[in-house]
Design a protein around this ligand. Structure first.
Ligand SMILES: [Zn+2]
Length: 104
């Protein structure tokens, strides 16, 4: 990525395969999304409405949530991520469907 490109990162939720929802940074300029494990999304895209132009130099970019999902599955195999995000496989009877309203 060239440094002439100015990203406008906003926080956005993406529905992934298997009912997983990922919240990460989306660049409204290039339509790229970031891996929320490779970067600190609270730094890069603190807001869902106010675009941030934080420079991301070492992040992993993806063109589609599908690509990101595959990437994140690789994370899950070697990190704590699996516990936090790969949900409802063991608790399928749990009726608690919490819809967290993250809009600030
Ligand atoms: Zn990653």
């Amino acid at each position: 990525m060239s440094y002439g490109w100015e990203a406008k990162w906003v926080r956005r939720k993406f529905k992934m395969a298997e009912g997983v929802e990922i919240e990460t940074c989306y660049d409204i300029t290039s339509s790229l999304i970031l891996c929320p494990l490779c970067i600190n999304i609270s730094k890069v895209c603190p807001s869902t409405s106010e675009p941030s132009t934080t420079l991301v130099s070492s992040a992993t970019y993806f063109f589609s949530p599908e690509d990101l999902f595959h990437h994140m599955r690789a994370h899950a195999r070697m990190s704590e991520w699996g516990k936090a995000y790969v949900i409802s496989e063991e608790e399928e009877e749990s009726a608690e469907e919490e819809e967290e309203d993250l809009a600030a």
